[in-house]
Design a protein around this ligand. Structure first.
Ligand code: DGL
Length: 266
């Protein structure tokens, strides 16, 4: 008798569309899973909310989503939330969770100049969690925390087809580039929205650095936790849900195609 396991449902959660940069890496490794992508756009941006507000918002909301969609695994594809809520979520719900936290360890391990910047939301760079990662894993590197005011909103705007000025992006990334005894050579993308702007950031950087995007590593973690696939790589469909319940504009719907391909079912 052969045993064919059911395709797992994976719930990917973010404050907005940034988590799509994690979602697309997971889909590459697990094309045969079912996906529910949830953008909490009614509460975006998380970077502007207090820690208490984020915990009070995310923990019950994720609980409701688990009850509704019955996922085998939940990915919190948001640094601003993950640096706060993972313990609360694991205490409250029995489904496995994968979070997204600043990739300080690999960045510091690979920096040659020993000068690393962490580019995140104002919330993420203030967190005790982030400071602890630096205390534990800086490995002799000088780590500069850069809290971007609007970069996540700029990334959303760009994806929604609005014009985003180079000056606005350049101003947000400028504090990452330190040029003293040694130059910054590594920048951690500590917000899942930022890889959406990677081409602009590459073009606007004052010099070339390694931009560390943890999404492929997160995808590997997800795949390891799910275990062997049931052998089918056929896309089973993905849904995208917005907590604002607003339907995507035609421009956004088009921008979502590279992430979802033909698998978008809603
Ligand atoms: N995508 C989220 C992150 O990774 C943050 C964006 C926001 O401020 O909501 O931190």
């Amino acid at each position: 008798m052969s045993f064919v396991s059911q395709a797992p449902t994976i719930l990917v959660f973010d404050s907005g569309l940034g988590g799509l940069t994690v979602f697309r890496e997971i889909v590459k490794l697990r094309p045969g899973a079912r996906y529910v992508y949830v953008a909490d756009d009614a509460y975006f941006p998380y970077g502007q909310h207090t820690e208490d507000e984020i915990v009070a918002r995310v923990v019950p909301l994720v609980g409701d989503l688990i009850a509704e969609h019955r996922p085998e695994l939940v990915v919190i594809a948001c640094n601003t939330a993950s640096t706060l809520v993972m313990t609360h979520l694991r205490e409250a719900y029995s489904v496995p969770f994968v979070g997204t936290v600043p990739a300080i360890k690999p960045a510091c391990a690979s920096s040659k100049t020993k000068r690393v910047s962490v580019l995140g939301t104002k919330g993420t760079v203030k967190r005790e969690y982030t400071k602890k990662l630096i205390a534990d894993f800086a490995q002799g590197c000088d780590v500069t925390l850069v809290g971007a005011e609007n970069l996540a909103s700029l990334a959303e705007a760009a994806l929604r087809g609005e014009r985003v000025s180079d000056d606005a992006i350049a101003a947000e990334i400028a504090p990452c580039f330190l040029n003293g005894d040694a130059r910054t050579d590594t920048v951690v993308l500590a917000c899942t929205h930022y890889p959406l702007l990677i081409n602009q950031m590459l073009a606007l950087a004052p010099w070339s650095v390694d931009w560390i995007d943890p999404a492929p590593a997160i995808a590997r973690r997800v795949s390891d936790l799910l275990g062997p696939t049931n052998g089918t790589n056929e896309a089973l469909g993905a849904r995208i849900l917005f907590t604002s319940e607003q339907a995507p504009s035609p421009v956004l719907a088009k921008a979502l195609i590279p992430f979802f391909g033909a698998s978008l079912v809603n």
